[in-house]
Design a protein around this ligand. Structure first.
Ligand SMILES: Cc1cc2nc3c(=O)[nH]c(=O)nc-3n(C[C@H](O)[C@H](O)[C@H](O)COP(=O)(O)OP(=O)(O)OC[C@H]3O[C@@H](n4cnc5c(N)ncnc54)[C@H](O)[C@@H]3O)c2cc1C
Length: 453
């Protein structure tokens, strides 16, 4: 199957060298950070595509989609493979469509909108944008590796979300162009609210080929850390900074002890037994932040400029989902959940979880603005994994006490927390991929509608 597929694909791209059959490379291009989840690790280890192909143009993508559609072959799109739910792992073999070579930044408009191809790395975009007085509104902690297309199709938010919300909010994504998997593939532009048909759909309903991504004027940032005696003190300090519009910030993160002890390369910013608060603050507000931290009984442990993605140390490398990675390095038994605490009731929710699970759950808070403009304590708490049943019980308990959970231990969209209640991603799949060939198995509601009862 793979040989014939490779031969036929080679006729569709200008350079047959861009059709990959070497098993080790196809295996690598079929995988992401799914092993973050002990549940997904077991489920997805053996899954892989048959062949990978690296198109360089929309015309090549159309030819590949037409070919795959005619033969009923699955197509799974890949950006940089940093997803952590196994989003880009092909469940039914077929073609891995690797978009890494489609990485052009076409323009940054006068209004601050980046127009780019999907394979462009977010770190490159941040660097180029800063040269022109702009910066990303938000980016995942995988800034250096992740692609713009993969972020839109698989991510949700990150550094910057405390000020600008998630990808889905505030017109952060202006337009998306996709190639469809219809009988005759088309290029379709989605503008304004129509972008939500495609965003966070894990490549199940179109190949994103062009993006209009809103930027924001660049700010001179300082990375700042302060240590607090207790979790409550650190949390309340972070909350006050995150919620007040008086502060210009890009990141407000709280790590309860012993999470900071996992950050071995930046020991200098960590104080033993203390909660660590990490903030990216406008440099012009640094002195005021020092005063506020002292008033809240915080000990400032670091303040240093952020000069772009190559800053050393780059403290965002310890935030968002990177925190989990450091914990797993220290002890692979750690895993995580993705949560949203209630702004009004979070102290009680923390108390209930601590009471029931003790230090089996460790609080890691990432403040972010929601679509209504309210800053909420988003969270990626660490969980000590003692079995799937216990993990599911903890998730159910969180939901019972009003903690929102985007479950990162499932490999389908609907329980991942970003599937829209209005079903527009599903409607787009019915329209653009009626045969269900795009990343099959990842949108359960589509399968349930199409499978014979
Ligand atoms: C250490 C770590 C930290 C992370 N931190 C964050 C974070 O802070 N915030 C966050 O939101 N996420 C985070 N993630 C998840 C991941 O990094 C982001 O989702 C990232 O943006 C994915 O980009 P990628 O290019 O690697 O996409 P991939 O992993 O390659 O793809 C992600 C999904 O998008 C689909 N896709 C990719 N390109 C296209 C395209 N052009 N058209 C259609 N579908 C496409 C794929 O099929 C897949 O389903 C983290 C992951 C790790 C491992």
């Amino acid at each position: 199957m793979s040989e014939l597929l490779a031969v036929e694909l080679s006729a569709l791209v200008a350079d047959a060298g861009r059709v990959v059959t070497a098993p080790a490379v196809v295996e690598r291009l079929s995988k992401d950070f799914y092993w973050y989840s002990p549940v997904l690790k077991k489920q997805l280890e053996a899954k892989r595509g048959d062949v990978a192909v690296q198109p360089v143009s929309v015309d090549e993508i159309i030819a590949i989609m037409r070919y795959a559609g005619q033969r009923g072959i699955a197509v799974t799109v890949r950006g940089a493979g940093t997803g952590n739910y196994g989003q880009c792992i092909p469940l039914e073999g077929g073609i891995v469509l690797d978009l890494a070579l489609m990485d052009k930044l076409e323009a940054i408009t006068e209004e601050g909108v980046a127009v780019c191809q999907p394979g462009l790395k977010l770190g490159v975009l941040e660097t180029e944008a800063r040269k022109q007085g702009w910066e990303l509104r938000m980016y995942p902690s995988t800034l250096a590796k992740a692609s713009v297309g993969g972020f839109l199709a698989g991510g949700s938010g990150g550094i910057g979300s405390v000020a600008h919300g998630g990808l889905r909010d505030f017109d952060n994504v202006r337009a998306i162009e996709v190639v469809t998997m219809e009988e005759e593939p088309r290029v379709v532009l989605h503008e304004g609210a129509a972008v939500h048909e495609i965003m966070h759909s894990w490549g199940t309903n179109g190949v994103i080929t062009r993006i209009w991504f809103a930027l924001t004027p660049a700010v001179e940032w300082t990375q700042f850390t302060a240590a607090f005696e207790s979790y409550e003190e650190g949390f309340l300090f972070g909350k006050a900074i995150a919620e007040s519009s008086a502060w210009t910030k890009r990141l407000v993160t709280v790590f309860e002890w012993p999470i900071p002890s996992f950050f071995t390369p930046v020991k200098q910013v960590v104080a033993a037994d203390k909660t660590l608060v990490l903030i990216m603050i406008a440099t012009s507000e640094l002195e005021a932040l020092r005063v506020a931290a002292a008033e809240a009984k915080g000990e400032v442990t670091f303040a240093g400029a952020f000069v772009g993605p190559r800053t050393q140390p780059l403290l965002s490398d310890y935030t968002w989902n990177h925190t989990t990675l450091w914990a797993m390095k220290a002890d692979p038994t750690w895993t995580y959940i993705q949560a949203g605490f209630s702004p009004a009731n979070c102290m009680e929710q923390f108390r209930l979880l601590r009471e029931k699970y003790g230090k089996e759950i460790l609080f890691h808070i990432e403040f972010m603005k929601n679509g209504e403009g309210v800053v909420v304590p988003g969270a990626i708490p660490l969980v000590y994994f003692t079995g799937e049943e216990r993990l599911n019980e903890l998730i159910a308990y969180c939901r019972e006490i009003g903690v929102f959970i985007a479950n990162p231990h499932v490999n389908y969209l609907e329980d991942g927390g970003r599937f829209r209640a209005d079903n527009i991603q599903l409607r787009a799949k019915q329209k653009y991929d009626p045969r269900g060939l795009m990343n099959p198995g990842k949108m359960l509601s589509f399968q349930m509608e199409t499978q014979p009862k």
